[in-house]
Write a protein that binds this ligand. Structure first.
Ligand SMILES: *Cc1c(COP(=O)(O)O)cnc(C)c1O
Length: 354
């Protein structure tokens, strides 16, 4: 049936709540991961007021920046920690512009989840609201929901490209007084229980159609996760055989969908992208060279972003799919191994996979 917050959305929220060890009023479905992030910011921090600055890590997808700007904030692009790939709350505590900051948005880069505890401490020490962008970290967070869900609102994407997908969709997971009401108002014109707008809002609701796909995805999730595990195991096996194991990043160090090869530098990354493309394989620099490298975000104020740029331009995303065959993975890593044996200036054609 056509309905706001209809029966399938409610059932989907209830089942997600069970999976994430949260109550069903603490999981609210949204029309996308980007909407989820904007809704969580509106519900937790509100639109930008006097404190107009939003701290966002440079190492993320463009959607993080778009969602934050939609809430009226000015972005300040911030450096990440080399080991965690995330904002470091202890470094941030000493940030010179902290008094202007209205919201901090830590990101689960490449789906490596952000723990709640350090950010709960940050919030209680500084009084600054925090909203976590864990858009691509659903599968990784399922390994320890009690660490990754709680009083810091967390936005998740169910986009088709993420490990758990409904097409377009997402949710916010948040345990706080009136979380359901505040999030529902943010995505439904400021309404809750009556047609009187009382909060800043937009239309960010999940449709019944997407919830239906979500319920089917939940039914099939254990099989899908097992298929991802098989593909990850193939990467691990072939990387070991080819001596590339020290340079591949695989679940659980990133989410299922981000098997990555760690390039020596930008030049090597370009060489490998070319060789993979010649062999008929796609690859991705998921975050370009960081948010600041997108023309749209070049205007943002930034800190020194050396680590973020270094990480973004070295992590080459490799193919992943539930039906990726062991042999396909061998060919992808084989192209990489042979490109690394050939000097970059060689005119020889790379061995073409058959
Ligand atoms: C995918 C993604 C988003 C956006 O999610 P959509 O569902 O595509 O709107 C936001 N942030 C990060 C880090 C993502 O990977």
């Amino acid at each position: 049936m056509y309905s706001n917050f209809g029966p399938l959305v409610c059932e989907f929220q209830r089942r997600l709540g069970d999976l994430l060890l949260m109550g069903d009023e603490q999981v609210i479905c949204m029309s996308s991961g980007t909407s989820a992030l904007s809704a969580a910011i509106l519900a937790r921090a509100g639109r930008a007021g006097e404190k107009r600055l939003a701290i966002v890590p440079d190492l993320t997808f463009a959607a993080t920046a778009a969602a934050v700007e939609r809430c009226g904030y000015d972005l300040h692009l911030t450096e990440v920690d080399r080991a965690s790939w995330q904002l470091d709350p202890d470094v941030l505590r000493r940030h010179p512009r902290l008094s202007k900051v209205g919201v901090v948005v830590p990101v689960a880069a490449y789906g490596r989840p952000v723990a709640q505890a350090p950010w709960i401490r940050f919030m209680s020490d500084t009084g600054i609201p925090v909203v976590i962008d864990a858009a691509a970290a659903f599968a990784s967070m399922l390994r320890a929901p009690e660490r990754f869900f709680g009083v810091v609102p967390t936005a998740i994407s169910f986009h088709a490209t993420k490990s758990f997908g409904v097409g377009e969709g997402g949710c916010v997971v948040w345990s706080a007084p009136r979380a359901e009401q505040r999030l529902s108002e943010a995505i439904n014109f400021g309404f809750f229980e009556d047609r009187c707008s009382v909060a800043q809002s937009f239309n960010g609701k999940m449709s019944e159609y997407h919830a239906a796909v979500g319920l089917a995805e939940l039914d099939g999730w254990s099989g899908k996760a097992a298929a991802f595990e098989r593909a990850v195991a193939s990467y691990r096996r072939h990387a070991l055989d080819l001596g590339l194991d020290g340079r591949t990043i695989l679940f659980p160090d990133s989410d299922y969908i981000y098997p990555m090869f760690v390039c020596a530098d930008g030049e090597e990354s370009r060489l490998l992208q070319d060789r993979l493309s010649q062999a008929g394989y796609g690859s991705r620099m998921w975050y370009r060279s960081g948010l600041h490298s997108h023309p749209e975000f070049a205007r943002c104020s930034t800190d020194d972003l050396a680590v973020s740029e270094w990480l973004a331009s070295r992590h080459l995303g490799l193919p992943m799919a539930v039906d990726l065959e062991h042999r396909d993975v061998g060919e992808v890593l084989g192209v990489i191994a042979s490109a690394l044996r050939q000097p970059a200036w060689s005119f020889a054609e790379p061995a073409r996979a058959t």
